[in-house]
Design a protein around this ligand. Structure first.
Ligand code: GAF
Length: 379
């Protein structure tokens, strides 16, 4: 089924309504902020290897509406877990600056983590409501969009120096320490610095980004949700990261960004098969991402699509982060005339695929995916 999603105004209206129901009258000085989710076009599991990624910000966003209070109390309500049944957390900010410990419910850890890593402490007490159109566990960065939206909310009450890259890094730290995911910088970076009508080629070593225009009306980017929920705070994501670090260490490199396939072949007998395959994916994916960005700039969509398929196959066979549903969605999309390429996007183990296609093929593509599979949602 093709889904429509609420726009920013509808999300703000929903959050304001809930604020009124939970806290009574709207407070003076109430603000509303938002931050986008993202889809990664190519460059998967390369960010924590200091490589390149090519994501774009989405019109799916997380909204935070609320106001500062005079005391040290923080009360946050979320509509993201279950829109019919808002969930509320309440805690006091430690007056001695001692850390806020992570705990349950797990969504509250994003709030606590961002407060902890906010770059202009101390944070004042506040009341806020969260609503979002980014699907949870869909691989479209629902967590990064919440972190960045909350950080932006805090900036309205206690401004920091406004440096955007440092803001993304602070939100990444929140994810590491409070959500337990040793993620790279991609999601938070593009949520802060994404540019409308553009993908962002991010160099995850220098933290420099080049916008790549994506405004061709003959082109469509289709996101299909397998509706298999992914969770990256299990053991698989951290294990991939450790395997990459181990390979880099055996190669004598600071990171896999500095390694070539020739280097890897040179140490093949010192690596077990799994570690070799993980490193091979990363080294080749970094190169693919740079080529893909060039192809996009030239309008060579066929070449871009071919690289997307190579990326998907590598994530499936070498990095082993795909799943049957994602593979079926990619296979179904690739059977349609006018589709350039398709691949899983994000951390994997479920979530979404991203497909690049000619605009005229959009209806036939959605229909074909519908006929061939039964577990998807398209946006
Ligand atoms: C998740 C992580 F949060 C990102 O940092 C990145 O590693 C991605 O998986 C895989 O490319 O979204």
């Amino acid at each position: 089924m093709a889904s429509s999603f609420p726009n920013v105004s509808a999300l703000v209206a929903e959050a304001r309504r809930t604020y009124g129901q939970v806290f009574g009258e709207e407070a003076p000085g109430m603000v509303a902020v938002c931050a986008p989710g993202r889809v990664n076009l190519i460059g998967e599991h390369t960010d924590y290897n200091k490589g390149f990624v090519l994501p774009m910000a989405l019109p799916l966003v997380t909204v935070v509406v609320g106001s500062q209070t005079s005391g040290q109390d923080v009360t946050v309500v979320t509509l993201t877990e279950d829109a019919d049944k808002p969930q509320k957390i309440h805690f006091s900010l430690p007056s001695d600056g001692s850390p806020l410990s992570p705990g349950l419910p797990s969504w509250a850890n994003y709030v606590k983590g961002v407060i902890q890593h906010y770059r202009a402490p101390p944070v004042p007490g506040f009341r806020a409501v969260i609503s979002s159109s980014v699907p949870l566990g869909g691989g479209l960065s629902s967590s990064a969009s919440l972190e960045v939206a909350l950080y932006t909310f805090l900036q309205q009450h206690k401004p920091d120096d406004g440096d955007k890259v440092s803001k993304a890094v602070a939100c990444q730290q929140a994810e590491h320490t409070h959500a337990g995911v040793p993620c790279g910088i991609m999601d938070q970076f593009v949520s802060v610095l994404g540019k409308e009508g553009h993908a962002l080629l991010i160099d995850c070593r220098s933290l420099e980004a080049t916008p790549v225009p994506l405004q061709d009306p003959s082109l469509v980017i289709l996101i299909t949700n397998s509706n298999v929920k992914h969770a990256l705070n299990g053991s698989e994501y951290p294990m991939r990261r450790r395997q990459c670090e181990e390979a880099a260490s055996i190669l004598g490199k600071d990171s896999l960004r500095d390694a070539t396939m020739k280097d890897l072949e040179g140490v093949k007998d010192k690596l077990d098969d799994v570690t070799y395959r993980r490193a091979r994916h990363v080294i080749e994916e970094i190169e693919r991402t740079v080529r893909a960005a060039e192809a996009l700039k030239r309008g060579s969509y066929k070449e871009f699509g071919k690289l997307m398929i190579e990326s998907h196959n590598s994530l499936r066979d070498l990095y082993e982060v795909s799943c049957r549903e994602l593979d079926e969605l990619v296979a179904a999309a690739m059977e349609v005339d006018g589709v350039f390429g398709s691949r899983m996007t994000g951390g994997g183990f479920g979530g979404c695929t991203v497909t690049l296609l000619e605009a005229h093929a959009i209806d036939s593509t959605i229909l074909h995916i519908q006929v061939k599979t039964h577990f998807y949602t398209c946006a």
